[in-house]
Design a protein around this ligand. Structure first.
Ligand code: HGA
Length: 625
């Protein structure tokens, strides 16, 4: 998703801006740009290629300055093209003294988010004589700031912001104020980095972009506007009572952000590396666990768990599937009614709030715009108890929620989530046990057995990873297909959904997942000899039912590819291909069964030659609605 880096310094900050963009590159983007204050005006370079290309262009054009902003764009409004790439320049209304053309604009601006009333603002600004050079919603903000500019950039931004509907993080500077950058956020992430010399200060959409430059970070809050100047910064926000902006203090935190520049080591892609890191990621996530207690989720968790009698899980994408798996655990082990909702649906539908609900959000980055909005919606509906399962301790989600469990998957670079998913499942299983304990549903013997199984999990996942050569053999067949079905039942139905999503995301093969019992109610019509049907077959209470569903596929000539637990009696035969998993792993079995599905998607994508770590049209950290 879009990345923002901005700076004011006494030294040339272009290398820092571009290095910052490189750190955000893994999130996926389709164009990038940098603009600086130079030679008394604005100068910029933009590219639809990689940041390295932008860097070469900036070097060639001699772009260097102490004041500048940079951006990676993931297009929402307007095609990925150079003229739509940020930074955007304003150029004063036609006929005015500021109508100096695109090459010498007055205001330069980068934006992350979506301006919903851009059509209306565009019409207004056009009527005032502003000319638009892009199809983006962003450009209206540049012209609007220009319109309000009267010698003070902060005042102009403060006047423009209340006119915007939607979500934004913006960073802006002006030709007439060479050592100043003003930035603001509402609905999109933004941090301030307090410089450690050269009088410099920074803004960025993630502290990771500033790793190695400063570890003094201020997490800006919704509605904050920050004025960066040499050696000083000033944060303000609109006071609803007075209708004026007033200064606010925000704590400066020391944040040891990782640089995101993880080494690939012996792996071909980050996704493969991350699949193989799962035993370590799970072990790290469990490291501090000596026993089950609500306090694993934060101080005061016992009181909260006692006060709730249902769970509402809000998430998107892969996190939605970890939540869907957890529903089975929560209802069967903790005996607590649970519903799981897609965040972008929940936030816009009429629902029946119950204050005795534990609202659980799940997000790898903790910045997922839809999930944050759904969380706020749930709270506004009168549900105060919130908990997040998240991989980034400093994220907005963790800051917003009353309770949290931080997974320790480490940086996940591949856009298709793998180790974040399995560690989320670990966090959700711990939540299930803690709720079960609070509700008197967990005997000491059960707790001890579950803990033993959890501790053994890294070794069990390692054993599944050893199946890679067999999965590679299957992937060569899959690479020639255009469709696939995935089947699972019960606890493993969400795993089938996740397997289908992985295959879609990175190999671009159309894949759908169904609860196996649902096959005969429609999708069986799709089954032919050309349709591979991947079946997740744990040795659980539903196995015999699943076998009948497999027969339904075989009878129609469908090709079955079955991941069967070692203790099932499913044997290979013509049309029935079996990879034998370790013995059944009880309630934690989904964590094992998803691993070969990740490998299948990965190797199929490799065989088709796709850009595995940066699949087309997708981005990491989905910070727009
Ligand atoms: N709406 C803007 C910015 C998009 C964005 O934030 N992507 O992550 C555009 O389309 O340029």
């Amino acid at each position: 998703m879009c990345g923002i880096v901005g700076a004011v310094s006494q030294r040339n900050i272009v290398p820092i801006l571009l290095e910052g963009l490189k750190r955000l590159e893994y999130r996926g983007y389709d164009s990038c740009g940098v603009a600086v204050h130079q030679g008394g005006g604005l100068k910029r370079a933009r590219s639809t290629s990689r940041v390295a290309e932008l860097q070469a262009q900036a070097d060639q054009d001699g772009i260097a300055s102490g004041t500048g902003i940079a951006h990676t764009r993931w297009a929402t409004h307007g095609a990925p093209a150079v003229h739509n790439a940020h930074p955007h320049f304003s150029a004063g209304p036609a006929g005015s003294a500021e109508a100096v053309g695109q090459s010498v604009g007055r205001v330069a601006l980068v934006h992350n988010g979506i301006i919903e009333n851009h059509d209306e603002l565009r019409a207004e600004l056009k009527a005032r004589g502003y000319q638009f050079a892009s199809q983006t919603d962003t450009e209206v903000i540049a012209h609007l700031v220009d319109h309000y500019y009267n010698g003070d950039l902060l005042e102009a931004v403060q006047q423009a912001l209340p006119r915007l509907k939607g979500a934004y993080a913006v960073a802006v500077f002006c030709r007439d104020e060479p050592h100043r950058v003003v930035a603001a956020r509402e609905g999109s992430p933004l941090v301030l980095g307090v410089g450690e010399g050269h009088g410099e200060n920074f803004v960025a959409s993630d502290a990771m972009a500033l790793a190695g430059v400063t570890d003094q970070i201020v997490y800006l809050e919704e509605g904050d506007v920050v004025d960066l100047q040499l050696g000083r910064y000033w944060i303000s926000r609109l006071d609803a009572q007075t209708g004026r902006y007033a200064a606010v203090q925000r704590p400066v935190k020391t944040v040891h952000a990782h640089s995101g520049a993880a080494e690939l080591g012996p792996y071909r892609h980050y996704m493969q590396k991350e699949i193989f890191e799962q035993p370590t990621a799970i072990a790290n996530t469990l490291e501090a666990i000596t026993g089950i207690s609500p306090e694993l989720f934060g101080d005061g968790a016992y009181r909260v768990f006692k006060d709730v009698d249902k769970v509402l899980i809000l998430a998107c994408g892969t996190s939605y599937y970890s939540g869907s798996t957890a529903k089975y655990w929560l209802e069967s082990i903790a005996r607590i009614p649970t519903s799981v909702e897609i965040a972008s649906e929940y936030r816009y539908r009429d629902s029946v709030p119950d204050p005795k609900t534990l609202v659980v959000t799940i997000s790898q980055s903790g910045e997922t715009a839809d999930t944050i909005a759904a969380l706020k919606h749930a709270r506004a509906q009168g549900m105060p108890h919130t908990l997040t399962i998240c991989n980034v301790a400093t994220s907005a989600m963790v800051r917003e929620c009353e309770l949290a469990y931080i997974t320790r998957a480490g940086a996940e670079i591949g856009v298709a989530s793998t180790k974040a998913f399995t560690t989320q499942l670990v966090g959700l299983f711990l939540l299930t046990l803690a709720l079960a304990q609070t509700r008197g549903q967990l005997s000491e013997a059960d707790e001890a057995q579950h803990l033993k199984d959890l501790r053994h999990l890294p070794v069990a996942v390692q054993a599944v990873l050893a199946l890679e050569p067999q999965v590679i053999a299957w992937s060569e067949e899959f690479a020639r297909k255009e469709n696939a079905l995935f089947l699972g039942r019960g606890l493993h139905y969400p795993i089938a959904l996740e397997g289908a999503l992985k295959l879609k995301e990175i190999s671009y093969i159309h894949a759908e997942a169904y609860p196996a019992g649902e096959l005969k109610h429609g999708p069986l019509a799709l089954v032919t000899a050309e349709m591979p049907v991947v079946t997740v077959a744990p040795n659980d209470a539903l196995l015999e039912k699943l076998k009948s569903n497999m027969q339904e596929v075989r009878a129609r000539g469908g090709q079955l590819y079955v991941f069967a637990d070692g203790d099932t009696a499913i044997e290979s035969e013509p049309g029935l291909h079996v990879i034998r998993m370790p013995e059944h792993y009880g309630a934690l079995s989904p964590i094992l069964h998803v691993v070969p599905l990740q490998l299948l998607a990965y190797h199929t994508a490799c065989a088709r030659g796709t850009d595995v770590d940066k699949p087309r049209n997708l981005a990491k950290s989905v910070t727009v609605e």
